[in-house]
Design a binder for this molecule. Structure first.
Ligand SMILES: Cc1ncc(COP(=O)(O)O)c(C=O)c1O
Length: 391
């Protein structure tokens, strides 16, 4: 991997140390240029006309986003973010009183809020899949609770609050052959590691553009299994998602694009197209190897500093490193580092309430390391932490 070259292709790398990739990554220059050019064309030629000009880009968008997760173009719908995609998937389905939703313990706040609202609407019970001693979905416990009542299993691949990776393929194996919807939140894993929806066996997968995928804010996508999509009835329709046939009839569009509305931020989408291609060109295997190497380096250095407690769980870890730094509230640490030219972040108890309560954690600090970061940047960050200890 040509790190120097890749860093040259991202202007943000010149001025800051960006370790907030689990919040939003620095976008490559090519993504920025595409968005700006698109807007410029809109200003010069008109919005509808520009969309026509970019027809090939938008057609490639579905191919490339699909390729990121092993899906066909017709199985992808573009959204404004992960929650928009996830909740649209959930709410396109009907449930009955007595049905059961199973949810992972590290489910993201916004997913869980939608589960609660949906359970309130239909009288569905939500049960939590216990985690094993490593913090991952306990496969044995999951197998034990799978019965006829279970209609949906919601799993977050990589939680917002740490380096854990859930065993999503193994969950898929357990659900195989059962009429259970498998709704996967891959918001923090898309763009970070190779993913294959066919191996995972999920019904839906949701993701955002701005995190490890390095796309502009306000972008995201939903994968919908083509064998399942005909059972989905999205709650929001317009003439892009359905055809008006007569006074009494309409017909939903075929494929995942029944989830899309006509109006969208097409400049951002054009940027998403570049970001998806960029990630594919860098190579998901290479990206993942580099992230693992750098984040393990950060964890091993952290582990030698008594003032730092690492909170990551799991047998293997990803690029998110969560920790506490003695004497510093995460928000204060974030503000102090910002003054020093280093972007880090923090995650609040309510982002992953069930997991944080179980571990008696309030707010914790978080860095999200990407392939374009360097060992030197991690060293500099640690140097600044040491400086705070000696202050
Ligand atoms: C695991 C996880 N899921 C979902 C989301 C929500 O994504 P969005 O803000 O794009 O809806 C986040 C955001 O931090 C997240 O970390």
């Amino acid at each position: 991997m040509q790190i120097e070259q890749l860093r040259l292709e991202t202007d943000g790398c010149k001025s800051i140390i960006h370790l907030n990739n689990s919040g939003a990554s620095l976008i490559p220059n090519a993504v920025r240029d595409q968005v700006m050019h698109y807007l410029q064309q809109e200003a010069l030629n008109g919005g509808y006309e520009t969309k026509e000009e970019y027809a090939e880009v938008f057609s490639k968008l579905y191919e490339d986003v699909g390729a990121l997760v092993g899906a066909a173009p017709g199985e992808i719908a573009i959204f404004s973010g992960s929650t928009a995609a996830w909740s649209s998937a959930l709410n396109s389905l009907e449930f009955q009183k007595g049905d059961v939703f199973l949810a992972s313990e590290v489910e993201y706040v916004s997913n869980y809020l939608n589960l609660l609202q949906c359970s309130e609407r239909y009288g569905v019970r939500i049960k939590i899949i216990p985690s094993d001693q490593d913090g991952r979905v306990d496969l044995k416990a999951l197998a034990d609770v799978l019965d006829e009542q279970v209609k949906l299993v919601a799993v977050t691949h990589v939680p917002t609050n740490g380096g854990l990776i859930n065993p999503v393929e193994e969950v898929g194996q357990l659900l195989k052959g059962r009429d259970i919807v498998y709704l996967l939140d891959a918001c923090q894993s898309v763009g970070q590691m190779p993913l294959d929806v066919k191996k995972i066996g999920c019904t839906f997968l949701s993701a955002t553009g701005r995190k490890f995928l390095r796309a502009p804010r306000g972008t995201g996508f939903l994968y919908v299994d083509k064998e399942f999509v005909d059972r989905c009835r999205p709650t929001q329709l317009d003439f892009a998602s359905a055809n008006w046939l007569s006074e009494t009839e309409y017909q939903l569009r075929a494929g995942a694009r029944r989830f899309e509305l006509f109006e969208a931020n097409f400049a951002a989408r054009a940027g998403l197209a570049v970001a998806a291609r960029y990630a594919l060109d860098v190579g998901l295997d290479q990206i993942w190897n580099r992230i693992v190497e750098l984040s393990n380096y950060a964890r091993s250095r952290f582990s030698t500093i008594p003032e730092i407690t690492i909170h990551d769980r799991g047998e293997r870890n990803c690029g998110i490193v969560s920790f506490s730094f003695e004497g510093w509230h995460p928000k204060e640490l974030q503000a102090e580092m910002r003054k020093r030219g280093i972007n880090i972040s923090s995650t609040e108890k309510t982002s992953t309430l069930l997991d944080m309560e179980k571990r008696s954690l309030e707010e914790i600090s978080r860095i999200g390391i990407h392939y374009y970061n360097t060992q030197e940047e991690i060293d500099q960050f640690i140097g600044q932490l040491m400086d705070l200890i000696t202050d």
